[in-house]
Design a protein. Structure first.
Length: 116
C-alpha cells in the first residue's frame, strides 16, 4: 500500500477529527496532496488539496472548518476537521498526484461518521 489513511471514527456534530495519510514512498514524489470523500450512494468528491509550497484549495462545503497540512519529515499529510456536520459523513480517501505524469495514487478509505 503506497498511501495509508487513518484517523476516521465516530464523532458528534460539532466535534473534531484529524485524518492522517502516510506514504511508503517519499512525500516529495507528489506534486499535490489531497483528500476526497465519498458518501453512501454518491460520487467521490474533492475535499482539500495542498500543492507546492503552501497553496491550499478547499471545497466550499468545508472552507473555514477543515485544514490540510503536511509533515515532510514523516511523509504524512493531514486533514484537520473541525465543527463536523452530519453531511460530512463519508469514507475519506487521501490522494497524491505524481510529479510529471500527474497520475493519481489513492489511499485506503477511512470512515468518518458524524451523528448524535
Amino acid at each position: 500500500v503506497q498511501l495509508q489513511a487513518s484517523g476516521g471514527g465516530w464523532v458528534q456534530p460539532g466535534g473534531s477529527l484529524r485524518l492522517s495519510c502516510t506514504t511508503s514512498r517519499s512525500i516529495h514524489d507528489f506534486a499535490d496532496l489531497g483528500w476526497y470523500r465519498q458518501a453512501p450512494g454518491q460520487q467521490r468528491e474533492f475535499v482539500a488539496s495542498l500543492g507546492t509550497g503552501v497553496r491550499q484549495n478547499y471545497a466550499d462545503s468545508v472552507k473555514g472548518r477543515f485544514t490540510i497540512s503536511k509533515d515532510n519529515t514523516k511523509h504524512t499529510w493531514y486533514l484537520q476537521m473541525n465543527n463536523l456536520k452530519p453531511e460530512d459523513t463519508a469514507v475519506y480517501y487521501c490522494n497524491g498526484k505524481y510529479w510529471g505524469t500527474g497520475a493519481d495514487e489513492w489511499g485506503n478509505g477511512t470512515l468518518v461518521t458524524v451523528s448524535s
